[in-house]
Design a protein around this ligand. Sequence first.
Ligand code: UD1
Ligand code: CA
Length: 461
Amino acid sequence: MTLLGIVLAAGKGTRFKSETPKVIHKLLGKPMLFYPYNALLSLNPEKVAIIVGHKAELVKEELKNYPKVEFFLQENPKGGTGDAVKKALPLMEKCPQSAVVILNGDSPLITAETLKKAYEKFLKEKLDGLILTTYLEDPTGYGRIVRDKKGNVVRIVEEKDATEEEKKIKEVNGGFYIFKTEPLLEALKELKPSEITGEVYLTDVVEIFANRNLRVDTYIAPKEELLGVNDRVQFAEVEKILLRRKIENLQKEGVTVRLPETVYIEWDVSVGRDTQIEPHVSLKGETKIGENAFIGQGSIIENSQIGDEVKVLPYSYISDSVVERGAVVGPFARIRNGSLLKKSSEIGNFVEVKKSTVGKNTKAKHLTYIGDATIGENTNIGAGTVFANYDGVNKYQTFVGNNVFIGSNSLIIAPRKLEDWSFIAGGSVVNKDVPSKALAISRAPLKILESKNPLLEKKKI
Ligand code: UD1
Ligand code: CA
């Protein structure tokens, strides 16, 4: 059967108290809406209608490169979930013989596996409607599933409209539904706004189906998957669960994660086998880590590629950069803005590398700033070296060849070129290019004089 998807994402999210639409707040680096959408894709729908309303442009911008998406605008984002689904009528009317899967955009824990099982039940039992439900000890905030004496579903009642008796029902509506399109189109026409809230509820479709003796049943989903995000407390709970799933996936692939409850790994991050991730690490954005690497405690890696066998020692911060196989970074190093650390290079304590390439086996192990530089192989950069790349107006490049030795506490004033095998004596201010094999030294001669320190006199030393 042809399948259509609808994700509801027009609501204002009042309880979330945000200027940004709730459904695009980021969970593990992806907009909340991505998760139900992604689960839906596993059913291979023809199209996924996303109903946008509140700050629609922002929502569209977030999802603009997602396949199969078609946006529909709900002008009144307080119209209710029924009103929202009606916005996708043009899509549904094109294929009335299909089925529609409708998901709440604010319920990101639904899995592909559960959706698939629910859809199988829908097909196998030739149902007209299927609601994903679960039983909650505390059902507050959810629509309740009302059944007749025989146990058949007769309607869903919203919390705000429920009687005291109905509020005691523990079976709740998860906000995920599968309907046959044709009867859904009919039922949508009959929806009326709630007398209490003025909203048009999608959930009223269930009563209409039941009254027409259409076959409506439930699929009981794992509790966790139906958690909706209405406020920021639930937002944090949901992110914790997504994170646990992400880390478990990595563990199953052969990644060691120590004290996983302290580690933060975003959804798009990949990590190779036998890599070890220490406590309090954050891996963000489109980060890719190879095999057999070590990511030391407290390190942060963002939108970067880390090769096999790389060691990132504790408390290092790497962003938008590439670190090749076998390199060592840190402890306490900062690598940023499109830097490339080539094979087996070493960047040590309190070294910052910005928009620079560091060649194979080159080392800068202590207290150094490397900015806008290209450095060759087997070069040594002594402690305290600074590449002065900025004159207050413009930034300039420095080129350092292979096998160069830069002594400690040197200042390299860009634009500058230090050729292969050149040698910079410690403490030099390098304001001229240095030819191959040359020695550059700028040093005021040290004088040893008789001291006039008055303390010596006073203390009779
Ligand atoms: C909804 C269900 C409730 C269910 C709960 C599960 C209805 C009437 N109620 O309640 O039975 O237990 O989800 O989490 O459907 N939205 C729109 N347009 C609107 C209103 C909402 O697109 O006019 C979107 C929201 O952006 C959100 C989703 O629909 O993604 C659910 O809306 P929300 O207001 O959070 O519904 P709940 O009160 O949680
Ligand atoms: Ca909700």
